[in-house]
Design a protein around this ligand. Structure first.
Ligand SMILES: NC(=O)C1=CN([C@@H]2O[C@H](COP(=O)(O)OP(=O)(O)OC[C@H]3O[C@@H](n4cnc5c(N)ncnc54)[C@H](OP(=O)(O)O)[C@@H]3O)[C@@H](O)[C@H]2O)[C@@H](O)CC1
Ligand SMILES: Nc1ncnc2c1ncn2[C@@H]1O[C@H](COP(=O)(O)OP(=O)(O)O)[C@@H](O)[C@H]1O
Ligand SMILES: [K+]
Length: 580
């Protein structure tokens, strides 16, 4: 499992490690700088002694990393020029030490456009491959860049006669808030960078579309922080509480009040902030499927998924969802459609069963069958009065012990995926929204999200002026709490959050990019995948995570040219490759 960190969490981890005596800030900075130099060497082995680099250093520890990089490249025989934004006398202590170490080897010039233009690396004709290293701002960015710095960064892109062939960012392209991936102030795009080198763990912002689009390759360097000092804290508190003869909970409060030691405070902060990590979804998702296996005795062992369809000519979306639910392993899948659409659907469905659902009464009767344990509602459904009643019926009969459908359902809530038109209906009707429960998964894209949670979307859209900026992770978490169920906020950076704070990111970026997944109907298949997994007994969060990960894997496995119909058909190949 890979956790994504916020800047504050990273700071807390670093501070706790330093305060515990495990490592010094200077050592961490040295490891960070060395990591950048090694990453450059691995990425471009053709660069060696005689190559040229321009290092842009900022006023904080990101700049400190830059001075280490400059020194190590110089020691490796490179021609290195260093430009500083800020005053040497104001650098924080570790950065100051590395500044002093560098000035024994070379010059430091004040950073401005003219100085960059005049740099030897820019003017030299004998070296076509100078590298520029952006160590201006990392996790400490607190406000938008000033215009002069913004101009310098923009000028690195082959404008105004300045040309650097290779672009490296230390931590992140400067000006980007690493928690949200957003450029503070949003007056320009993140600087394109070939190689972005970050430390210990990737940060949440690295996996947002906004930032990932600007970064060619992300490298995470191990700087020896893997022994998490916060992890030992419960034992330390328990021990100290026992010594003092107080309960652990009270002990925590007393220790805080007494400010026992700096290390304790930092570590406590680490613990609190790391309670609910943001998890990056990776191949491990398949383990859930592996664990679930295919060991049931008959088709009902794998559940019965029901997909509600719209009327004549509108059934394609539900059929795609149904196909997805079947392929992902639901034992049975039934599409329910208005009587008039039976013929159309019958002509297009084989393994998927078909039922006529005239109105909400008919639906409630049908949902008396307790074997129907998962329902997908929304794709191609329509948004009229009939559909409002259908969605209400689905919600009411799926709540614990309420509604006719649950009578024979042994008290277990039926699981639901609410997508597309059903989301639009929820947005229009507070009563319906109030029926949501913890067995539901909402799957909005950006537009649907804004309709459902307009205030949250507005906050997300607002131009961020201070860091940490409100992120898609924050927005999805807030939405999940409000809805009281899992929310899966779609996009190349899909965020999934549960009301209890669990949160994960499925990022179709970097080596998992699949832009061809943005094709009509692919969201319908995703809704079907989730419904199928819910039918198989997956918990809502697990079902959403596993489905969305497989969805991207199917797209990557098929490749460009993909249409939504291909996604379910690609699933067996993907599952086989995963050894399932
Ligand atoms: N954590 C770790 O484990 C490790 C961290 N390491 C490295 O340290 C980096 C974090 O360092 P950091 O905290 O000093 O922050 P950094 O990004 O250098 O910027 C802070 C400075 O910028 C200033 N400033 C902010 N915004 C500004 C603006 N718009 N325009 C102008 N100024 C602005 C701000 O000033 P202030 O806001 O206080 O006025 C302050 O002076 C991290 O990304 C990584 O590279 C590694 O060494 C290894 C271990
Ligand atoms: N650039 C992209 N890269 C990867 N996946 C994407 C990209 N853009 C959209 N997606 C995914 O494609 C699906 C589109 O779903 P949706 O917007 O509901 O469309 P539709 O209603 O046509 O099915 C979502 O799962 C979304 O996460
Ligand atoms: K940077």
């Amino acid at each position: 499992m890979t956790e994504l960190l916020t800047a504050a969490q990273m700071r807390a981890i670093e501070e706790a490690a330093i305060a515990s005596g495990q490592v010094t800030g200077l050592e961490l900075m040295e490891r960070a700088g060395r990591g950048v130099v090694e990453a450059i060497g691995e990425e471009w082995p053709e660069l060696r002694a005689g190559s040229r680099a321009v290092v842009l250093c900022g006023p904080g520890n990101n700049g400190g990393d830059g001075f280490v990089v400059a020194r190590l490249l110089w020691q490796a025989g490179w021609g290195v020029e260093v430009f500083l934004y800020g005053e040497p006398g104001k650098l924080p202590p570790d950065a100051r030490v590395n500044y002093e170490r560098w000035v024994e080897l070379g010059a430091v010039e004040a950073l401005n456009e003219d100085a960059l233009f005049q740099s030897e690396a820019n003017r030299s004709l004998d070296n076509q491959d100078p590298v520029v290293i952006d160590a201006l701002f990392g996790t400490g960015l607190s406000r938008p860049l000033t215009q002069d710095i913004g101009r310098c960064l923009s000028s690195l892109h082959h404008t105004d006669g300045i040309s650097f062939a290779k672009h490296v960012s230390v931590e992140c392209p400067s000006g980007v808030c690493i928690d949200s991936g957003e450029v503070l102030g949003r007056d320009y795009l993140p600087t394109d960078t070939d190689l972005c080198v970050t430390f210990h763990r990737a940060k949440v912002g690295h996996y947002t579309t906004a930032l990932a689009q600007a970064v060619g390759k992300l490298i995470v360097v191990d700087i020896g922080l893997d022994r998490d000092p916060g992890a030992d804290l419960p034992e330390i508190y328990a021990g100290l509480s026992a010594m003092l003869g107080i309960s652990t909970q009270a002990g925590v409060e007393e220790f805080r009040a007494a400010a026992l030691s700096e290390a304790m405070e930092y570590a406590q902060k680490t613990l609190v902030e790391r309670d609910e990590p943001v998890v990056l979804l990776q191949a491990g998702c398949a383990e859930e499927l592996g664990k679930a296996g295919w060991t049931g005795e008959h088709k009902y062992s794998y559940g019965h998924a029901f997909i509600l369809s719209g009327g004549v000519g509108k059934g394609g979306a539900a059929r795609l969802a149904a196909r997805g639910a079947l392929r992902i392993g639901a034992g049975l899948v039934t599409v329910g459609c208005p009587p008039g659409a039976l013929q159309e659907n019958a002509a297009a469905l084989d393994a998927v069963m078909l039922r006529s659902v005239a109105d909400s009464e008919a639906l409630r009767d049908m949902l008396e069958d307790p074997r129907i344990n998962a329902i997908g509602v929304g794709p191609g459904l329509g948004t009229g009065a009939r559909e409002v009643d259908l969605v209400r019926a689905v919600l009411e009969t799926s709540r614990d012990g309420k509604g006719r459908g649950s009578g024979s359902g042994a008290g277990t809530a039926r699981r639901l995926v609410i997508d597309a038109d059903a989301l639009t209906l929820l947005a229009k009707d507070e009563g319906l929204f109030g029926l949501l429960h913890k067995g539901c998964v909402l799957t909005p894209h950006g537009g649907e999200f804004a309709r459902l949670f307009p205030d949250i979307a507005e906050r997300l859209e607002a131009v961020p002026q201070t860091g940490p900026a409100y992120s898609k992770v924050d927005a999805t978490r807030e939405a999940a709490v409000r809805a009281g169920c899992v929310v899966l906020f779609k996009g190349p950076d899909t965020v999934i959050a549960a009301p209890d704070g669990q949160c994960s990111v499925n990022a179709a970026v970097y080596e998992r990019a699949a832009p061809w997944l943005a094709t009509a109907g692919s969201g319908d298949v995703l809704a079907g995948f989730i419904t199928g997994l819910l039918a198989r007994g997956f918990e809502p969060m697990q079902a959403a995570e596993t489905a969305v990960w497989l969805h991207v894997d199917c797209a990557r496995s098929f490749g460009p040219g993909l249409i939504a119909d291909d996604l379910p058909e690609e699933l067996p190949t993907v599952l086989r490759r995963l050894g399932l």
